[in-house]
Design a protein around this ligand. Structure first.
Ligand code: CP
Ligand code: NVA
Length: 304
């Protein structure tokens, strides 16, 4: 079978994504029953982190430990990547030594270049453009709590950033409607929007976006790498906090999600993230189960 990567949600078919979510729910039940399931003895994952991480690092490391394999954490601070060794060369070398590679980096082109030179599956663990692993956990959480997300209304109230781009891809792949509310100048990438035509609406008012939503989602106003813009962004996004008034516009049984880390008092009020509609802790836990399903799929897809 051909080598598969997971750089965006569009690398998989809607059927494959649906099966992955179901498998993640199954793997979670096995985990909760404390069933020993070790399908990857001796398999090794390289984890390349050019940006910080708590959830992504721990969920992938735990995945490999639970599966009977091993994970190696690599950062530019202590590898030759930080001293300018070309991406292509790093990909060629790492992929001769390990079975699967996960990368968190800046430019999306970097991970595309890495994947093009890798002999083993490459997983996007966040780039400036996309964060597809987070969407697997978000959709899984919605399915667990409310059933299929198909035909549902999702409100994105935040920056047109990597998470927003992955929500746009998810709207197409999982067939839901996304309403995006962001300030002028902070819109999602136009090519990503174009490819999601028919599945999204762009508005300026957060309350309008939240109206009748089944799911309300936000994210930080300044992403990793945008620390210099923090003050300007705080001004621009002032009206965009998800608080009780915004949640009151949504359906009474609407859920709230945030990929975390969160800033209470900025993009979300404490009463919402710590309130009864918030699914954020289940969402964070589901990173583990969803990525287990992903790693299992990618490694079995590679086996002839
Ligand atoms: N949501 C997420 O990716 O968290 P980390 O940055 O902690 O990995
Ligand atoms: N948009 C955020 C997501 C963090 C998981 C960032 O890129 O920093």
């Amino acid at each position: 079978m051909r080598l598969r990567h997971f750089l965006t949600l569009r690398d998989f078919t809607p059927e494959e994504l649906g099966a992955l979510i179901n498998r993640a729910i199954e793997l979670k039940a096995m985990h909760d029953r404390q069933e020993l399931y070790q399908p990857l003895p001796g398999k090794v994952m390289a984890m390349v982190f050019e940006k910080s991480s708590t959830r992504t690092r721990v969920s992938f490391e735990a995945t490999m430990a639970h599966f009977g394999g091993h994970a190696i954490f690599l950062s530019p601070r202590d590898t030759q990547l930080g001293r300018g060794e070309p991406i292509e060369d790093t990909a060629r070398v790492l992929s001769r030594m390990v079975d699967i590679i996960m990368i968190r980096t800046y430019e999306h082109e970097k991970i595309e270049c890495f994947a093009a030179h890798s002999q083993v599956p490459v997983i996007n663990a966040l780039t400036d453009m996309y964060h597809p692993c987070q969407l697997l956990a978000d959709i899984m959480t919605y399915v667990e709590l409310r059933g299929s997300i198909q035909g549902r209304k999702v409100a994105w109230i935040s920056d047109g950033n990597n998470m927003c781009h992955s929500y746009l891809n998810a709207a197409v792949q999982f067939d839901f409607q996304l309403t995006i509310a962001c300030p002028e100048g902070y819109e999602p990438n136009s090519a990503v929007l174009e490819k999601a035509a028919g599945h999204f609406t762009l508005v300026r008012d957060p309350a309008t976006a939240a109206r009748d939503a089944d799911l309300v989602v936000t994210d930080v106003w300044a992403s990793m790498g945008q620390e210099d813009e923090q003050n300007t962004r705080m001004q621009a996004f002032q009206r965009f906090q998800v608080d009780n008034a915004i949640m009151a516009m949504a359906k009474p049984d609407a859920l709230f999600m945030h990929c975390l880390p969160a800033h209470r008092g900025e993009e979300v009020s404490a009463e919402v993230i710590d309130g009864p509609q918030s699914a954020v802790w289940q969402e964070a836990e589901n990173r583990l189960h969803a990525q287990k399903a992903l790693v299992e799929f990618l490694l079995s897809a590679k086996t002839p």
